[in-house]
Write a protein that binds this ligand. Sequence first.
Ligand SMILES: [Zn+2]
Length: 400
Amino acid sequence: MALDDLAGHVRTARERVVDLCARLVRAPSMTGKEGPVAELVRIEMQTLGLDTSIDAAGNVIGCLPGHGDSGRSVMLHAHMDIVDPGEAQRWTYGPYAGEIAEDQIWGRGAVDDKGCIAAQIYALGLLREAGIVPPGDLYVAAVVGEEIGGLGSRFLVEQMQPDLAIIGEPSNNTLRRGHRGRFEFIVTLHGRSAHASIPHEGRNPHYAMSRFLLALREAPMAQDADFGATTVVPTLAYVDQVSSNVIPAALSVHLDWRNAPGETVPQARALIERLLADTAEPGITSEVRIATREVHSYTGMQETIEHAVTPFWIAKHDPRLVAAQEAVSQALGRQIPVEVWPFFTDGGFLHAAGIPCIGFGPGDPAMAHVVDERLPIAQLLDATAGYMALALRLGDASVW
Ligand SMILES: [Zn+2]
């Protein structure tokens, strides 16, 4: 199928693609509770003739098998879980109505990330219906746990190593060549507790922490011309005390550290430790660790994960990115720009496992996680054609 014909072909399946997206929106799927939506995804993949399986983490994998060694395996990737919609009455149609109005699909997850799932499933489904046998295996992975910790993708990369992944997250159907990583550090200062009426008896960690945070704010951060500089923000803060008339013995602050490509955890930690040394006070000791979190999936899998994920990025002139840009531009009949994402995606886990990634997805990123999240149907259909083009072109071993 010629790339220029894809958009027209997708329009013949308009009702089915829109209907799948709306049904996905109507199935609530907070992180750890993706079971019902996974079942819906599984049935749809199967109905479209894809080889379908659900792994131990609860990820649903569909495959359109290739015909031989001349191809590359390409995985289309999107996540099934959503974030809390908040108060239902603030939504025009309710968060799970899946209403279709004003040529848009309304509801939590329409943009982040169920439009991507619907477009990706139909991308492979429509190729199969058209009788196309791709050169390499094509996969569509609908994963669990993206919004909290990435359990689904962390598990997935231990099971599968496609040659390339297309990360489906809202990008307004432009291509994205990466994003910064995220480390979450917990800095704890230990002092000595005392009654607040006799401060000289204690070692109050608040003062040293203030000096440290001010120094951190002024510290030079790693720079990247395309991805921007590393940014660091203190977020949570707590002490080991519940009484307001006691000097705490310990004070902890979480640092949300968004790192530019190339910056590693040891480098970031070294900067923190140097600043702690520069701002140290007698009687106060410090401790720096990476935050951890218990996560679980609807299948019962449980894990303690560390909040330290490196960015994903692909070079501007990488032949795979150039081919992706040509393919989507041809399929959509307009020049598709390449940008970077301001937010983090599961692409970080795939990249860390050695799987090159390119981002592409329908919907406005500003619509993610907000009330009245909604996805223009035209973008959903274009994205389906875009995913078909990416799978066909990047699955061809003669292209890269
Ligand atoms: Zn998302």
